[in-house]
Design a protein around this ligand. Structure first.
Ligand SMILES: NC(=O)c1ccc[n+]([C@@H]2O[C@H](COP(=O)([O-])OP(=O)(O)OC[C@H]3O[C@@H](n4cnc5c(N)ncnc54)[C@H](OP(=O)(O)O)[C@@H]3O)[C@@H](O)[C@H]2O)c1
Length: 333
């Protein structure tokens, strides 16, 4: 089967299109014929080697890239009882989706409602489940609360805005250009602004009568995290869920004290997708919101296994706004 693999870490040039053996599902896995794979910044991190020592995400070389996809089950392992051959499914945080077939642990599969198309499922599963746990289980936001969402025109940023909006939360947003700020405003951010080299913190304080916000969603990391502390109210929560600009290696906990006894967390999706029921529940909520037109997850670009390296280049150079997918099976709609 055709697959995009990496044998060494590096830039988009290390992506290789290979013919490799069909993977065999283990007893707790299913084999899926992949229709669409999601393209994610996490693929970029994987390619760069950021998970080479990770225990949460034990990605090792050689590796077939892609940790999100949607397709049809073609074989089930001996111990799998709740998924059948022919089921339409989507998954995330299991690697191997940039390929014609992928073996996926059954506990990570979500069955799809009939009206959810395979491309939408591949676009919504990872970021949808991430935004779902961040808003509901980490931030626990309620109507009237305030939050700051960085990289608000990014794939997760866009969904965070919409989920927070539905809860009646007041939203401040940052982005890297005026056009991206406009995307955030259109989705429901009350105020959107440029990062302004950390100047966002002062703007947010001014707009919250000097208090700062209850919660910051920070996926940017190095370039924003210290200023995020300055934008947070006393005893507020900073959620550092990504590090697209790099990691802060010299953080002293006393800084959190000085910033107003803040809470800082670095959560991971894997710890919030621990069993099949949780995976299905999060996916069901996201798909229901899409079908109710409460949540928009547009597909910003479509690639193939031949040109997926171009999507990686756009992600790394910040030219991409929103989510892209790889159409793997050319015979599906
Ligand atoms: N912890 C978790 O559970 C979890 C789960 C899923 C993903 N993540 C992580 O969350 C992060 C965001 O994921 P995503 O899917 O939303 O990504 P995305 O769609 O590619 O968005 C990333 C955004 O980051 C901004 N950015 C700021 N500095 C950047 C830089 N130096 N290089 C590239 N982009 C930069 C860009 O917007 P501007 O140009 O407007 O700044 C871009 O839109 C990634 O690090 C991903 O690994 C974490």
């Amino acid at each position: 089967m055709k697959a995009i693999t990496i044998e060494e870490y590096g830039g988009p040039e290390v992506l290789q299109r290979r013919d490799i053996a069909l993977p065999q599902p283990g007893p707790d896995e299913v084999l899926v014929r992949v229709a669409y794979a999601g393209i994610n910044f996490m693929d970029v991190h994987t390619r760069q080697g950021k998970y080479k020592a990770s225990k949460t995400y034990p990605v090792r070389l050689p590796c077939t890239l892609g940790m999100e996809g949607a397709g049809v089950v073609v074989r089930v392992g001996d111990r799998v009882s709740d998924v059948e051959v022919g089921s339409r499914v989507a998954w995330c945080i299991s690697w191997g989706a940039y390929a014609e077939y992928a073996c996926v642990p059954a506990r990570l599969l979500a069955r799809l409602p009939e009206r959810i198309s395979l491309d939408t499922a591949a676009a919504a599963m990872f970021q949808g489940c991430t935004a779902h746990y961040l808003v509901n289980d980490v931030a626990r936001l309620r109507s009237g609360d305030t939050c700051l969402i960085h990289a608000a025109s990014g794939s997760i940023g866009q969904i965070l805005i919409q989920l927070c909006r539905r809860k009646g939360v007041k939203i401040f947003a940052t982005a890297g250009s005026e056009a991206k700020c406009e995307v955030a405003r259109k989705l429901g951010a009350d105020h959107s602004m440029l990062y302004d080299e950390g100047g966002f913190a002062q703007s947010v304080r001014r707009l919250t009568s000097g208090n700062g916000v209850d919660v910051v969603f920070d996926s940017v990391g190095l370039a924003t995290l210290r200023d995020s502390f300055r934008a947070t109210r006393s005893r507020g929560l900073v959620i550092n869920y990504g590090n697209v600009s790099g990691s802060l290696h010299d953080l002293d906990p006393i800084e959190l004290g000085e910033a107003g006894s803040l809470f800082l967390t670095r959560p991971r999706l894997a710890d919030h997708m621990t069993d099949a029921q949780t995976v299905q529940r999060r996916a069901d909520d996201i798909f229901a919101a899409i079908l109710d037109h409460q949540l928009i997850v547009p597909i910003a670009g479509r690639y193939t296994l031949e040109d997926v390296h171009m999507a990686h280049e756009k992600l790394e150079t910040r030219q991409q706004v929103g989510k892209c997918v790889v159409k793997v099976d050319q015979s599906v709609a």
